[in-house]
Write a protein that binds this ligand. Structure first.
Ligand SMILES: *Cc1c(COP(=O)(O)O)cnc(C)c1O
Length: 445
Protein backbone atom coordinates (compact mmCIF):
# COMPACT_ATOMS: atom_id res chain seq x y z
CA UNK A 1 0.00 0.00 0.00
CA UNK A 2 1.33 3.33 -1.04
CA UNK A 3 -1.16 5.41 0.89
CA UNK A 4 -4.25 4.84 2.87
CA UNK A 5 -7.10 7.13 2.10
CA UNK A 6 -9.81 7.29 4.72
CA UNK A 7 -12.58 8.77 2.62
CA UNK A 8 -15.15 6.29 1.32
CA UNK A 9 -15.40 5.44 -2.35
CA UNK A 10 -18.84 7.03 -2.55
CA UNK A 11 -21.15 7.14 -5.53
CA UNK A 12 -20.03 10.27 -7.36
CA UNK A 13 -17.23 11.17 -9.71
CA UNK A 14 -15.02 13.72 -8.00
CA UNK A 15 -11.75 15.11 -9.33
CA UNK A 16 -9.55 16.51 -6.54
CA UNK A 17 -6.13 16.68 -8.22
CA UNK A 18 -4.87 16.95 -11.74
CA UNK A 19 -5.17 13.45 -13.30
CA UNK A 20 -2.89 11.57 -13.15
CA UNK A 21 -2.24 12.97 -9.68
CA UNK A 22 1.18 13.23 -8.03
CA UNK A 23 1.00 9.80 -6.35
CA UNK A 24 -0.05 8.11 -9.59
CA UNK A 25 2.79 9.86 -11.38
CA UNK A 26 5.29 8.72 -8.75
CA UNK A 27 4.09 5.10 -9.05
CA UNK A 28 4.40 5.37 -12.77
CA UNK A 29 8.04 6.40 -12.50
CA UNK A 30 8.69 3.54 -10.08
CA UNK A 31 7.01 1.08 -12.43
CA UNK A 32 9.40 1.87 -15.23
CA UNK A 33 12.28 0.28 -13.31
CA UNK A 34 10.64 -3.11 -12.75
CA UNK A 35 7.66 -3.61 -15.07
CA UNK A 36 8.24 -4.62 -18.67
CA UNK A 37 7.87 -1.79 -21.13
CA UNK A 38 5.93 -4.22 -23.34
CA UNK A 39 2.78 -3.64 -21.29
CA UNK A 40 0.63 -0.74 -22.46
CA UNK A 41 1.73 2.37 -20.75
CA UNK A 42 -1.44 4.33 -21.48
CA UNK A 43 -2.93 6.70 -18.96
CA UNK A 44 -1.67 5.97 -15.44
CA UNK A 45 -4.45 6.25 -12.88
CA UNK A 46 -3.40 3.95 -10.04
CA UNK A 47 -6.32 2.51 -8.10
CA UNK A 48 -6.69 1.87 -4.41
CA UNK A 49 -10.31 0.75 -4.03
CA UNK A 50 -13.58 0.42 -5.86
CA UNK A 51 -17.30 0.24 -5.22
CA UNK A 52 -20.04 -0.21 -7.82
CA UNK A 53 -19.06 1.96 -10.78
CA UNK A 54 -16.60 4.18 -8.88
CA UNK A 55 -12.86 3.66 -8.48
CA UNK A 56 -10.91 5.61 -5.87
CA UNK A 57 -7.39 6.41 -7.06
CA UNK A 58 -4.28 6.82 -4.91
CA UNK A 59 -4.63 10.61 -5.06
CA UNK A 60 -8.20 10.60 -3.75
CA UNK A 61 -9.92 11.11 -7.13
CA UNK A 62 -13.24 9.32 -7.53
CA UNK A 63 -13.14 7.91 -11.04
CA UNK A 64 -16.24 6.80 -12.95
CA UNK A 65 -15.59 3.44 -14.58
CA UNK A 66 -17.11 3.06 -18.06
CA UNK A 67 -14.73 0.23 -18.97
CA UNK A 68 -15.20 -2.43 -16.25
CA UNK A 69 -11.57 -3.48 -16.70
CA UNK A 70 -12.55 -4.49 -20.27
CA UNK A 71 -15.99 -6.00 -19.61
CA UNK A 72 -14.90 -7.94 -16.52
CA UNK A 73 -16.48 -6.27 -13.48
CA UNK A 74 -19.94 -6.49 -14.99
CA UNK A 75 -21.55 -6.71 -11.54
CA UNK A 76 -19.49 -3.73 -10.28
CA UNK A 77 -16.56 -3.36 -7.91
CA UNK A 78 -16.55 -4.84 -4.39
CA UNK A 79 -19.98 -6.43 -4.61
CA UNK A 80 -20.72 -7.77 -1.10
CA UNK A 81 -21.97 -11.19 -2.32
CA UNK A 82 -18.72 -11.75 -4.20
CA UNK A 83 -16.49 -10.37 -1.44
CA UNK A 84 -18.12 -12.69 1.12
CA UNK A 85 -17.92 -15.77 -1.11
CA UNK A 86 -14.28 -15.15 -2.03
CA UNK A 87 -13.23 -14.33 1.56
CA UNK A 88 -14.82 -17.50 2.91
CA UNK A 89 -13.19 -19.63 0.22
CA UNK A 90 -9.75 -18.10 0.78
CA UNK A 91 -10.05 -19.02 4.45
CA UNK A 92 -11.20 -22.57 3.62
CA UNK A 93 -8.67 -23.52 0.90
CA UNK A 94 -7.19 -21.71 -2.08
CA UNK A 95 -6.03 -24.59 -4.26
CA UNK A 96 -5.92 -28.33 -4.59
CA UNK A 97 -5.88 -28.73 -8.40
CA UNK A 98 -9.23 -30.09 -9.61
CA UNK A 99 -7.45 -33.04 -11.26
CA UNK A 100 -5.77 -34.07 -7.99
CA UNK A 101 -8.45 -33.62 -5.32
CA UNK A 102 -11.65 -32.11 -6.71
CA UNK A 103 -14.25 -29.85 -5.04
CA UNK A 104 -17.93 -29.05 -5.51
CA UNK A 105 -17.77 -25.44 -6.71
CA UNK A 106 -16.12 -26.51 -10.00
CA UNK A 107 -19.09 -28.78 -10.73
CA UNK A 108 -21.56 -26.06 -9.73
CA UNK A 109 -19.94 -23.59 -12.17
CA UNK A 110 -20.22 -26.15 -14.99
CA UNK A 111 -23.89 -26.71 -14.08
CA UNK A 112 -24.53 -22.96 -14.23
CA UNK A 113 -22.72 -22.72 -17.58
CA UNK A 114 -24.90 -25.48 -18.98
CA UNK A 115 -27.99 -23.65 -17.73
CA UNK A 116 -27.21 -20.14 -18.99
CA UNK A 117 -25.53 -20.86 -22.36
CA UNK A 118 -27.80 -21.18 -25.42
CA UNK A 119 -29.64 -24.43 -26.16
CA UNK A 120 -31.25 -27.10 -23.99
CA UNK A 121 -29.07 -29.99 -25.24
CA UNK A 122 -26.70 -31.88 -22.91
CA UNK A 123 -23.56 -29.79 -22.31
CA UNK A 124 -20.32 -30.21 -20.42
CA UNK A 125 -17.60 -27.66 -19.63
CA UNK A 126 -13.93 -27.38 -18.82
CA UNK A 127 -12.55 -24.44 -16.81
CA UNK A 128 -9.38 -22.45 -17.48
CA UNK A 129 -7.65 -19.25 -16.35
CA UNK A 130 -7.85 -16.81 -19.25
CA UNK A 131 -9.86 -16.15 -22.36
CA UNK A 132 -6.91 -17.07 -24.57
CA UNK A 133 -6.60 -20.41 -22.83
CA UNK A 134 -10.31 -21.10 -23.32
CA UNK A 135 -10.07 -20.31 -27.04
CA UNK A 136 -6.99 -22.54 -27.42
CA UNK A 137 -8.84 -25.39 -25.78
CA UNK A 138 -11.96 -24.86 -27.87
CA UNK A 139 -9.78 -25.24 -30.98
CA UNK A 140 -8.11 -28.38 -29.58
CA UNK A 141 -11.50 -29.92 -28.82
CA UNK A 142 -13.01 -28.97 -32.19
CA UNK A 143 -10.10 -30.51 -34.07
CA UNK A 144 -10.22 -33.72 -32.08
CA UNK A 145 -14.01 -34.06 -32.25
CA UNK A 146 -14.22 -33.45 -36.01
CA UNK A 147 -10.95 -35.07 -37.09
CA UNK A 148 -10.34 -31.92 -39.18
CA UNK A 149 -7.77 -29.15 -38.85
CA UNK A 150 -8.86 -25.89 -40.50
CA UNK A 151 -10.14 -23.11 -38.26
CA UNK A 152 -11.93 -20.21 -39.95
CA UNK A 153 -11.75 -16.78 -38.32
CA UNK A 154 -12.83 -13.30 -39.38
CA UNK A 155 -11.41 -9.90 -40.23
CA UNK A 156 -11.08 -7.66 -37.13
CA UNK A 157 -11.23 -10.71 -34.83
CA UNK A 158 -9.58 -10.72 -31.41
CA UNK A 159 -9.11 -14.06 -29.69
CA UNK A 160 -6.04 -13.49 -27.48
CA UNK A 161 -2.27 -13.19 -27.32
CA UNK A 162 -0.88 -16.72 -26.89
CA UNK A 163 0.76 -18.30 -29.93
CA UNK A 164 -2.33 -20.02 -31.29
CA UNK A 165 -4.64 -17.13 -30.41
CA UNK A 166 -2.28 -14.58 -31.99
CA UNK A 167 -2.77 -16.51 -35.21
CA UNK A 168 -6.54 -16.27 -34.70
CA UNK A 169 -6.40 -12.55 -33.92
CA UNK A 170 -6.51 -10.25 -36.96
CA UNK A 171 -4.66 -7.09 -36.01
CA UNK A 172 -0.90 -7.02 -36.39
CA UNK A 173 0.08 -4.02 -34.27
CA UNK A 174 0.48 -4.31 -31.33
CA UNK A 175 -0.65 -7.94 -30.88
CA UNK A 176 1.40 -9.91 -33.42
CA UNK A 177 4.17 -7.79 -34.82
CA UNK A 178 7.49 -9.75 -34.86
CA UNK A 179 6.08 -12.42 -32.48
CA UNK A 180 5.78 -15.11 -35.17
CA UNK A 181 5.94 -17.72 -36.53
CA UNK A 182 2.26 -18.36 -35.97
CA UNK A 183 0.25 -21.57 -35.80
CA UNK A 184 -0.86 -23.06 -39.13
CA UNK A 185 -4.29 -24.05 -40.51
CA UNK A 186 -5.97 -20.75 -39.65
CA UNK A 187 -7.99 -19.09 -42.45
CA UNK A 188 -9.41 -15.56 -42.35
CA UNK A 189 -12.55 -14.46 -44.17
CA UNK A 190 -14.45 -11.14 -44.31
CA UNK A 191 -16.66 -10.11 -41.39
CA UNK A 192 -20.07 -8.52 -41.81
CA UNK A 193 -19.38 -4.84 -41.12
CA UNK A 194 -22.55 -3.00 -42.19
CA UNK A 195 -21.17 0.52 -41.70
CA UNK A 196 -18.33 -0.20 -44.14
CA UNK A 197 -19.61 -2.89 -46.53
CA UNK A 198 -23.33 -2.02 -46.63
CA UNK A 199 -24.14 -5.72 -47.17
CA UNK A 200 -27.13 -7.58 -45.77
CA UNK A 201 -26.35 -10.41 -43.36
CA UNK A 202 -27.23 -12.98 -46.02
CA UNK A 203 -24.93 -11.39 -48.61
CA UNK A 204 -22.05 -11.01 -46.17
CA UNK A 205 -22.44 -14.66 -45.13
CA UNK A 206 -22.52 -15.77 -48.77
CA UNK A 207 -19.27 -13.83 -49.38
CA UNK A 208 -17.55 -15.55 -46.41
CA UNK A 209 -18.90 -19.00 -47.29
CA UNK A 210 -17.79 -18.70 -50.92
CA UNK A 211 -14.28 -17.92 -49.74
CA UNK A 212 -14.28 -20.86 -47.30
CA UNK A 213 -15.52 -23.30 -49.91
CA UNK A 214 -13.08 -22.20 -52.60
CA UNK A 215 -9.96 -21.54 -50.51
CA UNK A 216 -10.25 -24.01 -47.62
CA UNK A 217 -12.76 -26.66 -48.69
CA UNK A 218 -15.84 -27.33 -46.57
CA UNK A 219 -14.69 -30.87 -45.73
CA UNK A 220 -11.48 -29.53 -44.12
CA UNK A 221 -13.15 -27.10 -41.73
CA UNK A 222 -13.14 -28.14 -38.07
CA UNK A 223 -14.78 -24.94 -36.88
CA UNK A 224 -15.83 -21.38 -37.56
CA UNK A 225 -14.72 -19.25 -34.62
CA UNK A 226 -16.46 -15.88 -34.27
CA UNK A 227 -17.19 -13.13 -31.77
CA UNK A 228 -20.96 -12.52 -32.21
CA UNK A 229 -20.24 -8.84 -31.54
CA UNK A 230 -16.55 -8.14 -32.05
CA UNK A 231 -14.77 -6.57 -29.08
CA UNK A 232 -11.22 -5.29 -29.60
CA UNK A 233 -11.85 -5.15 -33.36
CA UNK A 234 -14.26 -2.24 -32.95
CA UNK A 235 -17.59 -3.39 -31.47
CA UNK A 236 -18.65 -4.51 -34.91
CA UNK A 237 -22.22 -5.83 -34.89
CA UNK A 238 -22.79 -8.09 -37.89
CA UNK A 239 -25.88 -7.49 -40.02
CA UNK A 240 -29.02 -9.42 -39.02
CA UNK A 241 -28.93 -12.92 -40.50
CA UNK A 242 -25.13 -13.20 -40.79
CA UNK A 243 -24.63 -15.40 -37.70
CA UNK A 244 -27.63 -17.69 -38.38
CA UNK A 245 -26.45 -18.26 -41.97
CA UNK A 246 -22.95 -19.19 -40.83
CA UNK A 247 -24.28 -21.42 -38.07
CA UNK A 248 -26.51 -23.21 -40.57
CA UNK A 249 -23.57 -23.69 -42.96
CA UNK A 250 -21.50 -25.35 -40.23
CA UNK A 251 -24.34 -27.75 -39.41
CA UNK A 252 -24.75 -28.69 -43.07
CA UNK A 253 -21.03 -29.23 -43.54
CA UNK A 254 -20.00 -31.17 -40.44
CA UNK A 255 -18.08 -28.22 -38.97
CA UNK A 256 -18.55 -26.68 -35.53
CA UNK A 257 -19.76 -23.17 -34.73
CA UNK A 258 -17.70 -21.71 -31.87
CA UNK A 259 -18.99 -18.46 -30.38
CA UNK A 260 -16.27 -16.50 -28.60
CA UNK A 261 -18.46 -14.74 -26.03
CA UNK A 262 -15.55 -13.76 -23.82
CA UNK A 263 -16.34 -10.04 -24.13
CA UNK A 264 -20.00 -10.11 -25.24
CA UNK A 265 -21.26 -12.77 -22.83
CA UNK A 266 -22.83 -12.72 -19.37
CA UNK A 267 -25.59 -10.10 -19.67
CA UNK A 268 -23.37 -7.53 -21.39
CA UNK A 269 -25.49 -7.16 -24.55
CA UNK A 270 -28.90 -7.33 -22.86
CA UNK A 271 -29.10 -11.10 -23.24
CA UNK A 272 -27.12 -13.75 -21.39
CA UNK A 273 -25.11 -14.18 -24.61
CA UNK A 274 -24.91 -12.08 -27.77
CA UNK A 275 -25.94 -15.05 -29.97
CA UNK A 276 -29.24 -15.26 -28.03
CA UNK A 277 -30.38 -12.13 -29.88
CA UNK A 278 -30.84 -14.14 -33.10
CA UNK A 279 -31.50 -17.51 -31.49
CA UNK A 280 -28.19 -18.99 -32.69
CA UNK A 281 -27.15 -22.10 -30.77
CA UNK A 282 -23.38 -22.61 -30.95
CA UNK A 283 -21.74 -26.03 -30.65
CA UNK A 284 -19.12 -24.51 -28.34
CA UNK A 285 -19.09 -21.25 -26.37
CA UNK A 286 -15.98 -19.68 -24.84
CA UNK A 287 -16.44 -17.40 -21.84
CA UNK A 288 -14.18 -15.50 -19.43
CA UNK A 289 -14.17 -11.76 -18.61
CA UNK A 290 -17.65 -11.15 -17.07
CA UNK A 291 -17.89 -14.71 -15.74
CA UNK A 292 -16.23 -14.32 -12.35
CA UNK A 293 -16.42 -10.63 -11.38
CA UNK A 294 -12.68 -10.04 -11.72
CA UNK A 295 -11.27 -13.36 -10.56
CA UNK A 296 -9.39 -15.14 -13.36
CA UNK A 297 -11.69 -17.82 -14.74
CA UNK A 298 -12.56 -18.95 -18.25
CA UNK A 299 -14.63 -21.78 -19.66
CA UNK A 300 -15.27 -23.88 -22.72
CA UNK A 301 -18.86 -25.11 -22.77
CA UNK A 302 -20.14 -27.35 -25.54
CA UNK A 303 -22.33 -30.18 -26.68
CA UNK A 304 -21.61 -33.12 -24.39
CA UNK A 305 -20.71 -35.44 -27.27
CA UNK A 306 -18.11 -32.96 -28.55
CA UNK A 307 -16.62 -32.06 -25.17
CA UNK A 308 -16.58 -35.69 -24.04
CA UNK A 309 -14.89 -36.92 -27.23
CA UNK A 310 -11.58 -35.91 -25.64
CA UNK A 311 -9.56 -38.75 -24.08
CA UNK A 312 -9.17 -38.70 -20.29
CA UNK A 313 -6.34 -36.35 -19.30
CA UNK A 314 -6.49 -34.51 -22.64
CA UNK A 315 -7.71 -31.29 -21.02
CA UNK A 316 -6.60 -29.52 -17.87
CA UNK A 317 -4.04 -27.24 -16.26
CA UNK A 318 -2.80 -26.56 -12.75
CA UNK A 319 -5.03 -23.64 -11.85
CA UNK A 320 -8.03 -23.99 -14.17
CA UNK A 321 -11.28 -23.65 -12.21
CA UNK A 322 -9.41 -22.51 -9.08
CA UNK A 323 -11.76 -22.75 -6.07
CA UNK A 324 -11.60 -19.01 -5.27
CA UNK A 325 -12.42 -18.11 -8.88
CA UNK A 326 -15.15 -20.76 -8.97
CA UNK A 327 -17.05 -19.36 -5.97
CA UNK A 328 -16.60 -15.89 -7.45
CA UNK A 329 -18.33 -17.12 -10.63
CA UNK A 330 -21.20 -18.60 -8.63
CA UNK A 331 -21.66 -15.33 -6.73
CA UNK A 332 -21.43 -13.36 -9.99
CA UNK A 333 -24.06 -15.42 -11.80
CA UNK A 334 -26.36 -15.27 -8.78
CA UNK A 335 -25.98 -11.49 -8.63
CA UNK A 336 -26.75 -11.23 -12.36
CA UNK A 337 -29.98 -13.18 -11.82
CA UNK A 338 -31.03 -11.48 -8.57
CA UNK A 339 -30.48 -7.99 -9.92
CA UNK A 340 -31.84 -8.79 -13.40
CA UNK A 341 -28.71 -7.44 -15.07
CA UNK A 342 -29.92 -8.62 -18.49
CA UNK A 343 -32.80 -6.16 -18.12
CA UNK A 344 -30.52 -3.48 -16.71
CA UNK A 345 -28.20 -3.77 -19.74
CA UNK A 346 -31.18 -3.01 -21.98
CA UNK A 347 -32.01 0.10 -19.94
CA UNK A 348 -28.41 1.27 -20.16
CA UNK A 349 -28.52 0.74 -23.94
CA UNK A 350 -31.44 3.17 -24.22
CA UNK A 351 -29.69 5.85 -22.18
CA UNK A 352 -26.43 5.55 -24.12
CA UNK A 353 -27.97 5.34 -27.59
CA UNK A 354 -30.30 8.29 -26.98
CA UNK A 355 -27.47 10.51 -25.84
CA UNK A 356 -24.93 9.44 -28.47
CA UNK A 357 -27.32 9.44 -31.44
CA UNK A 358 -28.41 12.95 -30.60
CA UNK A 359 -24.73 13.97 -30.37
CA UNK A 360 -24.15 12.39 -33.79
CA UNK A 361 -26.62 14.94 -35.28
CA UNK A 362 -24.38 17.80 -34.14
CA UNK A 363 -20.85 16.62 -34.83
CA UNK A 364 -19.30 15.48 -38.10
CA UNK A 365 -16.73 13.07 -36.64
CA UNK A 366 -19.17 10.37 -35.51
CA UNK A 367 -19.62 7.96 -38.40
CA UNK A 368 -21.74 5.46 -36.54
CA UNK A 369 -23.20 4.78 -33.09
CA UNK A 370 -23.70 1.05 -32.61
CA UNK A 371 -23.83 -1.87 -30.20
CA UNK A 372 -26.28 -3.65 -27.98
CA UNK A 373 -27.02 -3.53 -24.28
CA UNK A 374 -24.14 -2.07 -22.32
CA UNK A 375 -21.69 -2.73 -25.17
CA UNK A 376 -21.99 0.53 -27.11
CA UNK A 377 -19.49 2.30 -29.34
CA UNK A 378 -18.98 5.31 -31.54
CA UNK A 379 -16.87 5.01 -34.68
CA UNK A 380 -14.92 8.20 -35.38
CA UNK A 381 -14.27 9.32 -38.94
CA UNK A 382 -12.87 12.24 -40.89
CA UNK A 383 -15.89 14.53 -41.44
CA UNK A 384 -18.03 13.55 -44.41
CA UNK A 385 -16.14 10.26 -45.04
CA UNK A 386 -15.73 6.78 -43.57
CA UNK A 387 -11.99 7.28 -43.19
CA UNK A 388 -10.91 6.28 -39.67
CA UNK A 389 -10.08 9.11 -37.28
CA UNK A 390 -7.79 7.60 -34.66
CA UNK A 391 -6.53 11.01 -33.54
CA UNK A 392 -10.05 11.96 -32.44
CA UNK A 393 -10.41 8.71 -30.47
CA UNK A 394 -7.12 9.35 -28.74
CA UNK A 395 -8.01 12.89 -27.73
CA UNK A 396 -11.47 11.82 -26.51
CA UNK A 397 -10.02 9.08 -24.26
CA UNK A 398 -7.48 11.49 -22.87
CA UNK A 399 -10.13 14.18 -22.21
CA UNK A 400 -12.30 11.62 -20.40
CA UNK A 401 -9.41 10.31 -18.30
CA UNK A 402 -8.35 13.82 -17.27
CA UNK A 403 -11.92 14.43 -16.13
CA UNK A 404 -12.16 11.27 -14.09
CA UNK A 405 -13.94 8.97 -16.55
CA UNK A 406 -12.49 5.70 -17.80
CA UNK A 407 -13.39 5.23 -21.47
CA UNK A 408 -11.58 2.84 -23.80
CA UNK A 409 -10.62 2.96 -27.45
CA UNK A 410 -10.61 -0.07 -29.74
CA UNK A 411 -10.85 -0.99 -33.41
CA UNK A 412 -8.52 -2.25 -36.10
CA UNK A 413 -7.81 1.41 -36.91
CA UNK A 414 -7.96 2.64 -33.29
CA UNK A 415 -10.90 4.92 -34.14
CA UNK A 416 -13.67 3.48 -31.97
CA UNK A 417 -14.63 4.55 -28.44
CA UNK A 418 -16.31 1.74 -26.53
CA UNK A 419 -18.47 1.95 -23.45
CA UNK A 420 -18.61 -1.07 -21.13
CA UNK A 421 -20.02 0.26 -17.87
CA UNK A 422 -20.66 -2.05 -14.94
CA UNK A 423 -24.32 -3.03 -15.21
CA UNK A 424 -24.96 -1.80 -11.67
CA UNK A 425 -24.13 1.78 -12.66
CA UNK A 426 -26.94 4.18 -11.72
CA UNK A 427 -28.73 6.39 -14.25
CA UNK A 428 -27.16 9.44 -12.58
CA UNK A 429 -23.66 8.02 -12.83
CA UNK A 430 -24.11 7.01 -16.46
CA UNK A 431 -25.57 10.39 -17.43
CA UNK A 432 -22.67 12.10 -15.68
CA UNK A 433 -20.17 9.96 -17.62
CA UNK A 434 -21.98 10.61 -20.88
CA UNK A 435 -21.88 14.36 -20.27
CA UNK A 436 -18.08 14.15 -20.03
CA UNK A 437 -17.91 11.99 -23.15
CA UNK A 438 -20.15 14.39 -25.07
CA UNK A 439 -17.93 17.31 -24.10
CA UNK A 440 -14.87 15.28 -25.14
CA UNK A 441 -16.35 14.51 -28.57
CA UNK A 442 -17.35 18.15 -29.10
CA UNK A 443 -13.84 19.28 -28.17
CA UNK A 444 -12.33 16.76 -30.63
CA UNK A 445 -14.75 17.62 -33.42
C1 LIG B 1 -10.26 -10.59 -24.07
C2 LIG B 1 -10.66 -11.55 -25.11
C3 LIG B 1 -9.96 -12.76 -25.31
C4 LIG B 1 -8.70 -13.10 -24.54
O1 LIG B 1 -8.93 -13.18 -23.17
P1 LIG B 1 -7.69 -13.09 -22.15
O2 LIG B 1 -8.31 -13.40 -20.83
O3 LIG B 1 -7.17 -11.69 -22.24
O4 LIG B 1 -6.69 -14.09 -22.58
C5 LIG B 1 -10.44 -13.63 -26.26
N1 LIG B 1 -11.54 -13.35 -26.98
C6 LIG B 1 -12.23 -12.21 -26.82
C7 LIG B 1 -13.46 -11.97 -27.63
C8 LIG B 1 -11.81 -11.27 -25.89
O5 LIG B 1 -12.48 -10.11 -25.75
Amino acid sequence: MVSSIESSVGTERKVVTEIPGPKSQALHERRKLSVSAGLTNGFPIYIERGEGAILLDVDGNHILDLGSGIAVTTIGHAVPELVDAVSAQVAAFTHTCFMVTPYESYIAVCEELAAVTPGTHAKTSALFNSGSEAVENAVKIARLATGRQAIVVFDHAYHGRTNLTMALTAKNMPYKDRFGPFAPEIYRVPMSYPFIDGLSGADAAARAIKMIETQVGANNVAALLIEPIQGEGGFIVPAEGFLPALSEWTTQNGALFIADEIQSGFCRTGDWFAVDHEGVIPDIVTTAKGLAGGMPLAAVTGRAEIMNAVHEGGLGGTYGGNPVAAVAALATIKTMRNRNLVGRARELEKIMLTSLKSLQQDVAIIGEVRGRGAMIAIELVQPGTKTPNAAAAKSIVSYCNKNGVIALACGTYGNVIRLLPPLVITDEQLNDGLSVLVAAVRAAG
